[in-house]
Structure formats: C-alpha cells, structure tokens
Design a protein around this ligand. Structure first.
Ligand code: SF4
Length: 712
C-alpha cells in the first residue's frame, strides 16, 4: 500500500467495533480534521458507519482529555498534577510494598479490547512475567470469552474459520444473537449486497427481539431468552431425521458424534417448541435451509456469548456446521463477530487471566515453560488468575489491594455496579490509565495516567476475520500523554528495580515495533503464526490475515479446508451440550426478562460517542422498551416513569411501547450510565453470574419487576 503521509492522509483503522474498518485520517499536521473509509482496506472498501465516520469529532473534544499525571495524597483529597517520574515511582513503590507484604496475587490489572496488540503484550508480560500474578484480565471477557471457549471446545483453537468474503459466497445466512445492522453495520452492508446479488439467499435470524436485522430476515425465530441450545439441538434432530447430516465428513474429520446423536434424540422440534417459544414448523424450516443449502454461514455475537451457558451455546451452533460439513468452504462456517476493535489481538498475546502468549493455555505446564523461556524468566505462575468479574469481587473482599485499570470504564460497563463501585472505593490503590479524565472510573483513581488516543499512537489491531492492520500516528500526542505500552514498560522498569528483578532485560523496547517483533516471535509454529509479517509488509501490502508464517505470500482467508483440526487427533470434536435455564429464572416477584444490547449510533459506555451531538439524533435519551400488553397490564403509557427493580437495585426510566418486544420481556440499551439516568445506570441491575468455562457474565439476561413510579 502506498504511503499517504505526504497528502496528509494517514492509514489507520476504526477505534470502535471488531469489523475493523480501514480509516484514512485527514490531518493538517496539528489536528485530525476528518476521516474517510480506506478504499483499499479489505474489511470495508471505503465504507464507514455513523460511528466510524465521526471519529474526528471525538478527536476534536480536547476538553475531556487527561493530559498530565495526577496523584492524590489520600482518599477524599483532590488529585494534583505530578511529573511522570513521581507518578510511576509512586505506583512502583505502592505495588512493591503490597506485593512484598501480601504476595503477587494482591495486585491486579484490568485492561481492554480497545488497547493495541502491543499494549496488551506488555501488560501481560508485566503481570505474568515480572510480577508473577495471572490477575490480568480484560473487558473482552464481557464480549468474546464464550466464543473463545466455544471454538476451543469443538475446533481445537480460538480461530474464526471464515472471513467477510464468505458473506457474498453463502446461500444461507444463519444469524444468532446478533443485531448486525446496529452492532456491525458494515458487515450488514455486505449482507444487503449479498441479498441483492443472490435473491435465493436465505437469511434466518435467531433473536428474542424483532430487531432491524430480524425484521429483514426470511425467517425470524424469536426464541425465549436462554433457549438457544434447545433450538440448535432441535435443528440437529431434524437434520438427522431427514438425512441432512454429512456422514462422510463426520466419519473422516470429527469425533464424539454418537454421544451427541443420543442427546438430540430427545430434542424434537415438537418437544422444544414450547420451551423456545417458537413454532415447531419454523424450527424444521430453519434446519432444512441450514442443512440443505450448498453453503451455510453463521454469524453470531453477544446473544450467545453473554450468557451463563455461553460456551454451550457456541458449541451447539458449531455442532450444526460440523454435522453438515458446512465449514472450510467458501460461504460456509461458523463466524463469531468480535465486539471490540482488538479483542482478537488481546487473545493472540494471551492478555487474559487463563491464557498465555500466542494462544497458549495457562493450565498447560508445557505452555507455561515455553512462555517462560521466550520471556527469559524462571517460570510463569500456575495459579489461575481472576477474570473480569472475579477481579472486582476479589477487590471488594480485600484480596486484591492494588488495581491498575487501562483504557476501560468498569464503573459503567461491568454488571452489578453496586459491587463494582464498592470494590473501587475499598481498594487500597487504584491506578487509571486513560485518554478521558472524566470517566466514571477515573473518579476512583488515586493515580490518573494520561494515555495517547486513537490517531496519536502506532501499533496493530486484529479484526473479526483474523486480519491485522497497522495503525499509524497521525498527529503528535498532546500534553504529557504517552502510549499505553510505554507507560506499562516504564512502570515495569521501576518496579523491577525495587524488586531486584532484571526488568531492563525483560522490557528493552525502544519503540512499539520492537514489542510487535517480540510478539511475532512468540507465535512461531503456533496456529496463529505471523512470523512472515512485519510493519513494513503491512504498510506495503496492506492488512493481512493470520496465519502468515515466514515464507508465506499471503495469509489464509479461511481455515480447515483440509478437514484437519488443531486437536490431538486432528479431528474436530462434537460437544454434547444440553439445555440449561438462565442463571435467574422469572418468578412472581420478578416476572419479566430484562435484556440489554446496542444502539446503532453509540459505543459501549459513551465516553467517546457521548461527546458527539449528532450521534444522539437516532436515540436521544434512555428508555425501557416494553410490549404494549405488558404496559396495559400496568396502566402505563408511553413516557411514563417506571421503576425497573431486582435484588441488585433499581432504575428510574421512561417506558416506551415497542413492537420489537415479546410479552414478558423488556429491553434497555447497554450504553446509558449514571450520567444519563438514575443510580449507576443500566448495569445497576444486570447480572454478574458467569459461564462456568468462559467466565463471561450473563449481561443479556436478568429478571426484573417494572412498576409505575409515583409522581414526585
Ligand atoms: Fe467502525 Fe465498526 Fe462502524 Fe466499521 S462497522 S466504521 S469498525 S464501528
């Protein structure tokens, strides 16, 4: 790809969702003056959605920036500006003291899928390699960890096997738990294009709500919350009954099918129709379209992942692809859509409590030894680290005493906010490394460290289709802001001195490319081998998909075309999931299902999109969506203020009738925090029960009661 620096167009990628659209940043050298879609980027070919096309308006909001380190002398005191030396020396001294007194697991790091891969790599090495704790986890735990465990359970590796081009090549698109039109708009544009080009393309959407995506489908299955496994098992039941299974593929490339076949015998469409809340005939139609199509592609996201049985839901869907041989061919395969821009990159460097570099597993002694050798440390600790929700529970219990939060806003985004806020208030020492000085989490910072923002930093991200893009800095960093990887490495140096450890040898990086090169070497021989990539190659040839080993001319568009899987016997493994109810079950006291999801024009906790006035033109204020019958039963009319209550707390919010909702279910967008509504916002009442394998919380379901609020 030609360098565009001279024309003041800088190559980058969108800072929002995992579609990973290429962006050209327009700059006058001092500021970011505009953005446009990169016509050469294979993720979007020049298109941007409403969020991506306003990135420059966020960059222009400099008033909210954290520009200098700030430290408070004691709780309750105001933070005061300090030098970087003072800030990081103080942080190193507090961490060293706590580690010396209470051990390495008394500290923790909570990082973000918004960080670049290089940032993630350094934080992971800092925690696991230098300090000796696996207490490093990420907000990607909230969006993707069930997709990871779903892939690993069945296909053997955390690797989405399909690519965006498969949307144009498929004959049946099975969209489960994804409002693609809102959450991944540029992927949805591809779906619209594919339908125009192929009028025979069948689109099935599985979603409790009649979203924009569901409304446009050929078949919408509005299942009751949490019944996905029952639905998928029933579809497999039909496929077997009607001889749609690819018995040759099953025999040649899989294991474990007999046990699954025995299980799905009891999941006839008639048996599960009432449980799932959809007609048996629609389940049969979905199974026929999926199973008989020349090529079926599944797109799925938080509806499967944010569940106390997310691993099972992912695996049950992948079972359908394995049973019908719908994988490894153009237009066929299971394809998880990634929520955040670099949730994939974080997984690649092992930036989660249970992972190690290059898709290695913490639980595997050989993998721990390999990473210790790569890093030049004696060992990597075997004790499992705390995952996202667990970190804050451990802080609340006083087990984790010092917490470092980078590039994420847990005081808005984690479920059960009352517990999260109490934990942050009780922690002995909280470091917040942020672009924006005014997030809900920054209020709890004893030490606020200013980080460079999108457009000011260099590094790489990986999107949903395993494609790595090299982002370049368009403008100089303002104030005393520093790149996230550099802050972490500088802190590591100082902590190492206090602990008598060779941190200068472990963190020798003089620039961000040195971090990338070390990460690249860690992938040698692994499923995501990128030893053939370099910053120079990414700049010259454009974004590339992994694997891209040394000597390769290109990356791989799709995986498992040869039917060989990265498992001990080379076979994909059928999971054998059974339906289990949601963690919370409706009852007379809390009779309604509460669901959360995205708006089209907002992003996460709105710390960025909330700065752009035009992004409120789609939806201006928070509201609870409810079926008209449920409103009538409570004598409610549009705009009435209601209390939405459960044992974790309550919200005060206007209600509105919505044709998207089924009777018995209510919905609120995930974005609205305490700045826009009562209490701590929507996550006051969301559930923090987690999937037992992925440890992803069930943000998509809680039980609530809704009552008319008395007039003040
Ligand atoms: Fe950004 Fe996602 Fe929109 Fe693309 S689809 S412009 S990556 S928010």
């Amino acid at each position: 790809m030609t360098s565009l620096h001279s024309s003041k167009l800088i190559q980058s990628a969108c800072a929002y969702c995992g579609v990973g659209c290429g962006v050209l940043i327009e700059t006058d050298g001092a500021s970011i003056t505009g953005v446009r879609g990169d016509p050469d980027h294979p993720a979007n070919f020049g298109r941007l959605c409403t969020k991506g096309s306003t990135l420059h308006l966020v960059a222009a909001q400099t008033d909210a920036r954290a520009l200098y380190p700030e430290l408070r002398s004691e709780r309750g005191a105001a933070r005061e500006r300090v030098s970087w030396d003072s800030a990081l020396d103080h942080a190193a001294s507090r961490f060293a003291e706590i580690i010396h007194t209470h051990g390495p697991d008394a500290v923790g790091f909570y990082i973000s899928g918004q960080l670049l891969t290089e940032d993630y790599y350094v934080f992971n090495k800092l925690a696991k390699g230098l300090i000796g704790t696996n207490n490093v986890d990420t907000n990607s735990r909230l969006c993707m960890s069930s997709a990871v465990t779903g892939y690993k359970t069945t296909l053997g590796a955390d690797a989405p096997p399909a690519c965006y081009d498969d949307i144009a090549a498929t004959d049946c698109l099975f969209i489960a738990g994804s409002n693609t039109a809102y959450a991944h708009p540029i992927v949805y544009r591809r779906i619209e294009d594919a339908r125009k080009a192929n009028p025979g393309l069948k689109v099935i959407v599985v979603d409790p709500r009649r979203t924009d995506t569901a409304r446009e489908a050929d078949l919408h299955l509005p299942i009751l919350p949490g019944t996905d496994v029952a639905l998928f098992n029933a579809m497999l039941h039909v496929m077997l009954w009607e001889n749609m299974a690819d018995t040759d593929y099953i025999a040649a490339h899989t294991s474990g099918f007999d046990a699954l076949r025995a299980t799905v015998r009891e999941y006839s469409p008639e048996a599960v129709a009432g449980l799932c809340g959809v007609p048996a005939a629609d389940i049969i139609t979905a199974a026929r379209w999926f199973g008989k199509s020349p090529a079926t592609l599944s797109l799925y996201c938080q509806g499967l992942n944010q569940s106390s049985h997310g691993t099972d839901k992912n695996a049950a869907l992948i079972n359908l692809h394995l049973a019908t041989g719908q994988i490894g061919r153009p237009g066929a395969g299971p394809f998880s859509l990634t929520g955040q821009p670099n949730a994939m990159g974080g997984r690649e460097v092992g930036g989660m409590a249970n992972l190690l570099s290059a898709h290695r597993d913490l639980a595997n002694p050989a993998h721990r030894a390999e990473v210790a050798a790569l890093w030049g440390v004696d060992s990597v600790p075997a004790t499992p680290g705390k995952t996202a929700v667990e970190i804050f529970e451990a802080v609340a219990r006083g087990e984790i005493k010092a917490l470092w939060i980078a590039c994420t806003n847990p005081a808005q985004s984690l479920p059960n906010q009352t517990l999260v806020r109490a934990a942050l208030a009780a922690a002995e020492f909280v470091v917040v490394q942020e672009v924006n000085a005014f997030t809900e989490t920054a209020e709890y910072a004893d030490l606020l460290l200013p980080a460079t923002a999108w457009g000011e930093k260099e590094g790489t991200v990986t999107n949903s289709e395993r494609r790595i893009t090299h982002l370049q800095a368009a403008i100089a960093a303002p104030g005393e802001t520093r790149p996230d990887w550099e802050i972490a490495a500088d802190f590591a140096q100082r902590l190492g001195v206090l602990q008598g450890k060779p941190a200068d040898r472990l963190f020798p990086y003089t620039n961000v490319e040195a971090v990338f090169n070390e990460h690249r070497e860690s992938t040698r021989g692994r499923d995501l081998d990128i030893t053939g990539l370099s910053y120079a190659l990414l700049d010259q040839q454009g974004p590339q998909q992994w694997p891209f080993p040394e000597g390769a001319a290109t990356g791989k568009a799709r995986l498992y075309a040869d039917g060989v899987y990265p498992t001990a016997d080379g076979r994909a493994k059928f999971a054998n999931p059974r339906y289990l109810p949601t963690a919370e079950v409706i009852n007379t006291r809390y009779p309604l299902h509460f669901n959360t999801g995205r708006l089209r024009d907002q992003w996460h906790g709105m710390s960025r999109t909330g700065m752009v006035a035009r992004l409120f033109s789609h939806v201006e204020t928070p509201a609870l969506s409810m079926h008209a019958d449920d409103m009538a039963r409570r004598s409610l009319k549009d705009g009435d203020l209601v209390r939405v209550k459960n044992p974790r707390g309550e919200l005060l919010v206007p209600v509105e009738a919505s044709e998207e909702m089924r009777v018995g279910q209510v919905f609120m967008p995930m974005h609205w925090g305490g700045r826009y509504m009562s209490g701590f916002g929507v996550n006051t009442i969301t559930a923090d029960q987690c999937d037992p394998v992925s440890r992803q919380p069930e943000l998509k379901h809680a039980v609530v009661q809704v009552e008319k609020a008395p007039l003040p």
